[in-house]
Ligand binder design. Sequence first.
Ligand SMILES: Nc1ncnc2c1ncn2[C@@H]1O[C@H](COP(=O)(O)OP(=O)(O)O)[C@@H](O)[C@H]1O
Ligand SMILES: [Mg+2]
Length: 241
Amino acid sequence: MTPAPALHLSGSARYDGAPVFGPLEFTAPAGTWTCLLGPSGVGKSTMLRLFAGLDSGVTFEGSLGAEDGAPLQDRIALMAQSDLLLEWRTVLDNVTLGAALRGAMPDTERALRVLTRVGLADHASKKPGALSGGQRQRVALARTLMEDRPVVLLDEPFSALDARNRSLMQDLSAELLAGRTVVQVTHDAAEAARMGDKILVMSQDRLTEVPPPATTPPRQFDAPDTLVYQGQLLRLLMETA
Ligand SMILES: Nc1ncnc2c1ncn2[C@@H]1O[C@H](COP(=O)(O)OP(=O)(O)O)[C@@H](O)[C@H]1O
Ligand SMILES: [Mg+2]
C-alpha cells in the first residue's frame, strides 16, 4: 500500500445557492483515525462525497484534497451512508464489486476471508434481500475493506449494528485500517470515544476539536477515561445546533 496522505479541506459548500457548510477548515492527519460528529443536515456526508470526487450537485468553493498534492481518485474508498448493495448480485459478488467494475479478476479467497471476519461467511451466496439491516451494513463494510485503499471514508458505518456487533466491527476496522487515513462520520459519542485519534464536532460554520483521551484507539468502551470523555462529547453535541 502507498503511504496514507493527510487530507485537507478549506472552503464552503452550497446546494442550489443554499449554504450547506462553511467557510471552514478541515484536516485529517496522515495515517490516523478522525471522527466527525454533528447534527443531521450539517453537511458531513457532503464533505465525504467531495473528497471521494462524487458529483452530487454540490457547489464547492475552496480547495480540498491530499496534502501531498497527488490525486485521491485511486487512493480512496468511501463506505456511503446507505449500503448501496446491488440486489441482483450475491453477497460475495457485492464484496468483489470493485474488481468487477475495474474489469479485474475478483479475489474470491480474500473476499471470503473478509466475509468471515465480518461474521457473514455463511451468507456469501445469498442475495442482499435475504439479510437484516445490520448484516447488509457488514457486507458494505466488507466491500470497503476489500478495496485496500490508503484513505478510507466511513459514513455512519456501524449505525445499524447491535451493540455487540458494533463493538466487534469497531475492533476489526481499527485492526484492518491501521496506518491508513480514516475519516468516520458517527452520531455515537461512545463510538467516537473508542475510535478517534482526532475528534471533530461540525456545525454550519465551524469545526470544534475535542481532544480525546491519551490512550491509543480502539479504547476500551468501559475504561473510566473513555466514559468520562463520552459524557463530555455528548454534552457538547447537546449544545451544538
Ligand atoms: N443532492 C442534493 N441536492 C440538494 N441538497 C442536498 C443534496 N444532498 C444533500 N443536500 C442537503 O445538504 C445538506 C447536508 O446534507 P448531508 O451532507 O447529507 O448532511 P449530514 O450528512 O451532515 O446529515 C442537507 O440540508 C441536505 O438536505
Ligand atoms: Mg450524512
